[in-house]
Design a protein around this ligand. Structure first.
Ligand SMILES: Nc1ncnc2c1ncn2[C@@H]1O[C@H](COP(=O)(O)OP(=O)(O)OP(=O)(O)O)[C@@H](O)[C@H]1O
Ligand SMILES: [Mg+2]
Length: 256
């Protein structure tokens, strides 16, 4: 069992670089994620969000720089890192042949938890999937599948959870359900690193937001801090606060 290291941030990334062939994707990425916080990594298609998550979850080796998760170095202590994390990938990982409950029991057994059935039932309840528990997941809606996917990634109580575009393709209602789940997790002390292309998602959920652009983090702050980066609104009869989308577009335009 991994001893949970409590000092320092939950995630620390310093000078991370990664190229595929001659294509440099990460060109010196730095950020910290505080324990128990929700951190959103924003970026356009191909910005390197999934690449970053793959490096942090030890699925991919960086070319340079260091990254530590839960105090463990991803390059030299990968087994400890893997015991500290759970990962929900960009594409749902549920087995369609199995029912929702069977999927959960399977993961619980793989993770050697004490009472797989009870863990599964508890998660089904928390994710409002009890009624659908005995149905094959092939019949689930996109939102139900996502919720099951996230529920599966919670088995084992990992201190750090990575969610790669957790609400991609979901309708607004399902998206809000996933947001509530993520907020609940962070409320219980789990550290959440999520990637998203939905600016509203970052705006709603994240304690801190970082924008990954052309291989680097060009902005990293709270929503309030990010909004202050824009020049104050011109004098208007109605004052309009900039949305995160305004900030994102203005900042990435300057760097293009
Ligand atoms: N295995 C690979 N081999 C070559 N190029 C790759 C590989 N994986 C990713 N890339 C390229 O690296 C860049 C970053 O990809 P990545 O998947 O990290 O982006 P992303 O920010 O997650 O994008 P999206 O929002 O579309 O998911 C892209 O240009 C992608 O085509
Ligand atoms: Mg991606």
């Amino acid at each position: 069992m991994t001893v949970r290291s409590t000092a320092g941030p939950a995630i620390r990334v310093q000078g991370l670089e990664k190229a595929y062939g001659t294509k440099a994707v990460l060109r010196g990425v730095d950020f910290d994620v505080a324990r128990g916080s929700i951190f959103a990594l924003l970026g356009s298609n191909g910005a390197g969000k999934t690449t970053t998550i793959r490096i942090l979850s030890t699925l991919l080796k960086a070319d340079a720089g260091t990254a530590a998760v839960n105090g463990f170095d991803v390059a030299t202590q990968p087994a400890d890192v893997r015991e500290s994390i759970s990962l929900t990938g960009q594409f749902a990982a549920v087995d369609e042949i199995l029912t929702g409950r069977e999927n959960l029991v399977l993961v619980a057994k793989l993770r050697h938890v004490a009472d797989p059935g009870a863990v599964a039932d508890d998660l089904l309840d928390r994710f409002s999937l009890t009624e659908a528990a005995a149905r094959r997941t092939a019949t689930y809606s996109g939102g139900m599948r996502r919720r099951l996917d996230i529920a599966m990634s919670l088995i084992g109580d990992s201190p750090v959870i990575f969610l790669d575009e957790p609400t991609a393709g979901l309708d607004p209602e399902a998206r809000i359900e996933v947001w509530q789940t993520v907020q609940e997790l962070a409320g219980h002390g789990t550290t959440v690193l999520l990637t998203t292309q939905y600016l509203e998602e970052a705006e709603q959920l994240a304690d801190r937001i970082a924008i990954l652009h052309q291989g680097r983090i060009i902005v990293n702050g709270t929503l309030t801090e990010l909004k202050q980066l824009l020049p104050p609104a011109e004098i208007e009869y109605v004052e309009k606060q900039p949305t995160l989308e305004d900030v994102f577009l203005a900042i990435t335009k300057d760097r293009a």
